[in-house]
Design a protein around this ligand. Structure first.
Ligand SMILES: *[C@@H]1O[C@H](CO)[C@@H](O)[C@H](O)[C@H]1NC(C)=O
Ligand SMILES: *[C@@H]1O[C@H](CO)[C@@H](O)[C@H](O)[C@H]1NC(C)=O
Ligand SMILES: *[C@@H]1O[C@H](CO)[C@@H](O)[C@H](O)[C@H]1NC(C)=O
Ligand SMILES: *[C@@H]1O[C@H](CO)[C@@H](O)[C@H](O)[C@H]1NC(C)=O
Length: 320
């Protein structure tokens, strides 16, 4: 009799445990989704979420990715503690889109204007053969305004697809079309700011034997002879004709971020270090310790785009 009673109690307890765990799993299971919401200062923001919990956030202002989190909710991008989310200032950190001019390599203000414009969501993008299975993505579009055409007299359509893959990879594909009657040239970068635990312990790999232009030395050309780049002072280099993959190793986090480039020959490595950081108003004094920029770029050979032609490139960021 007693044993029968005990058996019943145990069964009920097990059943309750099972159902509560089950209910918990169902209620916390995250679905793949895309949400359009408001971010800082009421600016329009898109949030992409994947089943396993990874997320990407981007502002329509600049088509600027400001957050990329893995499935544990850990932030992989750096955003300045003093970032200004207020047009026309570009957001300091995340992934600014640099177009149509990198740095001061042309007549425009530094880094062009794509990062200072409000993009639109493109609900009807031109056909896009996507290789990313189970990705959640958003398509954005930028066309020049009358004012833009006064400073850069070239009609273009810039389509950006931002995809969060099932495995948490962040894929950005750019398609820039010349809809003008004359060719135009431009330089370009995905200006990735990665979050690091301690800049002194970070390694950047993939540049051995490559030539680079040193922006701290009037873009003098040097050759990299190190396997592994460590950073202990200001660094601002355009590595030319880099391999498809470059990586940032963070020993303390036991994490490697890989930048896989398609159609982008160059890679910029930047950290302002202490003195230069003081001259950047929207960067916190100690922020340089927590960031490194490793950018996928087309700078060494400006892109020349003929009328009616489209330039298509992409980067895939993975954190493991
Ligand atoms: C996930 O999506 C399915 C199918 O659309 C839906 O039935 C379910 O309620 C969703 N779950 C959550 C937690 O949103
Ligand atoms: C394009 O080329 C012209 C002349 O060849 C140059 O003056 C200009 O700075 C270039 N523009 C960009 C954005 O690279
Ligand atoms: C960062 O790393 C350097 C070199 O290993 C070390 O001297 C410094 O104390 C570290 N800083 C922090 C905040 O851990
Ligand atoms: C930098 O390089 C340019 C062109 O190569 C040259 O005209 C200029 O004088 C140089 N400036 C300095 C400070 O060396």
């Amino acid at each position: 009799m007693i044993s029968h009673f005990l058996y019943l109690i145990i069964s009920i307890t097990l059943w309750m445990q099972y159902t509560s765990v089950y209910a918990d799993e169902v209620s916390t299971a995250k679905n793949k989704s895309i949400e359009i919401t408001k971010g800082i200062n009421g600016l329009d923001k898109v949030v992409l979420s994947q089943i396993h919990g990874s997320t990407v956030e981007l502002y329509l202002y600049g088509a600027h990715v400001t957050s990329w989190k893995n499935e544990h909710g850990e932030e992989l991008l750096f955003v300045s503690s003093k970032a200004i989310f207020q047009p026309p200032t570009a957001i300091r950190g995340g992934i600014p889109i640099i177009f149509p001019q990198f740095s001061n390599l042309g007549p425009l203000r530094s880094h062009g204007f794509a990062r200072n414009r409000v993009w639109t969501i493109d609900n009807n993008p031109s056909p896009f053969p996507s290789k990313t299975i189970n990705g959640v993505f958003v398509d954005l579009l930028l066309k020049p305004t009358e004012d833009d055409l006064k400073i850069w007299p070239h009609s273009f359509e810039y389509r950006l697809r931002v995809t969060l893959g099932l495995n948490g990879d962040l894929i950005m594909t750019s398609r820039i079309r010349n809809v003008d009657t004359k060719p135009f040239n431009f330089t370009f970068a995905y200006h990735n700011y990665f979050s690091v635990s301690n800049i002194s312990e970070v390694k950047v790999v993939g540049m051995k034997g490559l030539d680079y232009l040193d922006n701290t030395k009037n873009r003098t050309r040097f050759t990299e002879n190190r396997d592994v780049i460590t950073i202990n002072s200001e660094i601002d280099r355009i590595y030319l004709s880099t391999p498809k993959k470059v990586a940032v190793l963070d020993h303390k986090k036991k994490q490697t971020i890989t930048v896989q480039k398609d159609g982008l020959l160059d890679a910029v490595v930047w950290n302002p270090w202490e003195e230069r950081a003081k001259t950047i108003v929207d960067l916190g004094a100690d922020d340089y310790k927590l960031m490194v920029c490793v950018e996928a770029a087309a700078i060494g050979k400006p892109i020349i785009l003929k009328p009616g032609k489209e330039w298509k490139v992409s980067q895939k960021l993975s954190a493991r």
